[in-house]
Design a protein around this ligand. Structure first.
Ligand SMILES: Nc1nc2c(ncn2[C@@H]2O[C@H](COP(=O)(O)OP(=O)(O)OP(=O)(O)O)[C@@H](O)[C@H]2O)c(=O)[nH]1
Length: 408
């Protein structure tokens, strides 16, 4: 195929992709828009580079070719910037330096000291540096299990880098043939080059849109499953996880410990709100959540049930283990006063714990017994842990165990 035809098709596909991204721009969340703008501009810059190669005979080629190559390196730097913006890295003017140096080198070996092999080497090194920076940036992000779009994008950049190396090796080993022109279809490398150049603007734009949709999906999932104020699991996640673990635990067995819960309620929280205001109350809630989370073990799930009430799920505990875990949580909150600006607040929590019992038909029964134990903890003076009895008589928890604990 004629390389000019390939450049024309590539330019049209890039323009179409840039257009699609432009149409979708308004539907993206604000946080993703700067990155999408950079990606779109870079795609259009690449299209302009292809068009320059297409019309290279209309002006001196010694100007058109380096100009086209300069547009490609600028376009790749734009993709680098887009990826940085996507992952929240601060904008830096330094990322344009390799493109400026590489572009300058290409002009130098075209106009001042014409040397095709040196020009290819400078261009290749510039591309490798910029694309390598993109790969490094993609790779250095926190790994997420289903981020397939990021893997596609990384593969694409690596593929283009490998091609550039092969292209350099081709020119270094075979040497630059006399009278060689990039528009000469007799050389396979002249047809392959625009196809590979087009891979990132064309396939990469689809992968970029996939990255955006994966980000949006994760944000929605997080918003639906976590509590907006504390960042802990919310009531819905708690209910889902609790029911699932309850069902997975099978029938009750005296021989092996089952799941347990701790219901944690801040003591006299209304007074904090009334005395210092709702905003300070919110700060205190967040700090209690942080301390509970920090005190939880890996297998324990802290959640905000609502208001000033938290729940911690235990995976496999007996009554003594649940009580000890509850005590660990209580101490984590009571150990030190809370700081809200200049204010020093002494905050404590009361905790009711319950472990799975033979009479529990579902997770709600477990919670109900923990709630009754919490009620007992409040009645017994607060800042303490009470353990629920194993039985429910007529739907009302029956406390067989005397509530006798040292007052903290
Ligand atoms: N700041 C803030 N306060 C909340 C939030 N949700 C619930 N509250 C407050 O939590 C307080 C709960 O008060 P009560 O249920 O009377 O309980 P308490 O004052 O903690 O007393 P005891 O639980 O009996 O120790 C109320 O003042 C609610 O307005 C919230 O998201 N932010």
């Amino acid at each position: 195929m004629d390389p000019k035809t390939v450049y024309l098709i590539a330019a049209l596909m890039m323009l179409a992709n840039g257009g699609v991204l432009g149409l979708m721009h308004g539907d993206l969340p604000h946080s993703l828009r700067p990155s999408a703008v950079s990606w779109r501009v870079s795609t259009l810059v690449h299209a302009c580079g292809c068009l320059l190669f297409l019309v290279q005979d209309l002006a001196p080629r010694a100007v058109m070719l380096p100009l086209g190559n300069a547009l490609f390196v600028l376009g790749f730097t734009g993709y680098w910037r887009a990826l940085r913006q996507f992952y929240g890295a601060p904008d830096s003017p330094w990322i344009w330096l390799p493109a400026i140096a590489g572009g300058g080198g290409v002009f130098w070996y075209n106009l001042v000291q014409p040397d095709m092999a040196a020009r290819v080497a400078v261009l290749t090194l510039t591309w490798l540096f910029i694309l390598g920076a993109c790969v490094w940036h993609l790779h250095s992000q926190k790994r997420r299990a289903r981020a397939s779009s990021r893997r596609v994008m990384t593969g694409l950049f690596v593929g283009v880098m490998v091609f550039m190396l092969l292209r350099l090796a081709y020119f270094l080993i075979a040497g630059v043939p006399p009278g060689y022109r990039v528009s000469d279809g007799a050389y396979w490398i002249n047809v392959a080059s625009p196809l590979v150049v087009a891979a990132i603007p064309v396939i990469g734009t689809t992968a970029f849109l996939l990255m955006c949709s994966e980000r949006i999906r994760r944000q929605w999932e997080r918003a639906a499953s976590t509590d907006y104020l504390t960042g802990l699991a919310n009531r819905r996640t708690l209910a889902d996880t609790g029911e699932r673990r309850f069902a997975a635990g099978g029938g009750f067995s005296e021989a092996r410990p089952g799941m347990g819960v701790a219901l944690v309620d801040i003591d006299h929280f209304k007074q904090v709100n009334d005395r210092y205001g709702h905003a300070i109350g919110d700060v205190a809630l967040k700090q209690v959540a942080e301390r509970l989370e920090a005190a939880c073990r890996e297998t324990e799930l802290p959640a905000r049930q609502g208001g000033e009430e938290f729940v911690v799920l235990f995976e496999a505990v007996d009554a003594a283990g649940a009580r000890a875990a509850g005590e660990r949580l209580r101490q984590a909150v009571a150990a030190q006063p809370f700081m809200a600006g200049e204010l020093k607040l002494a905050i404590t929590v009361s905790i009711g714990v319950a472990v799975r019992a033979p009479g529990d038909a579902g997770f709600d029964d477990l919670l109900r017994r923990a709630d009754a134990a919490l009620y007992a903890a409040k009645a017994a003076g607060r800042n303490r842990v009470e353990c629920a009895a194993l039985e429910i008589e007529g739907g009302i928890p029956n406390y067989r165990e005397p509530v006798q604990h040292p007052t903290p």
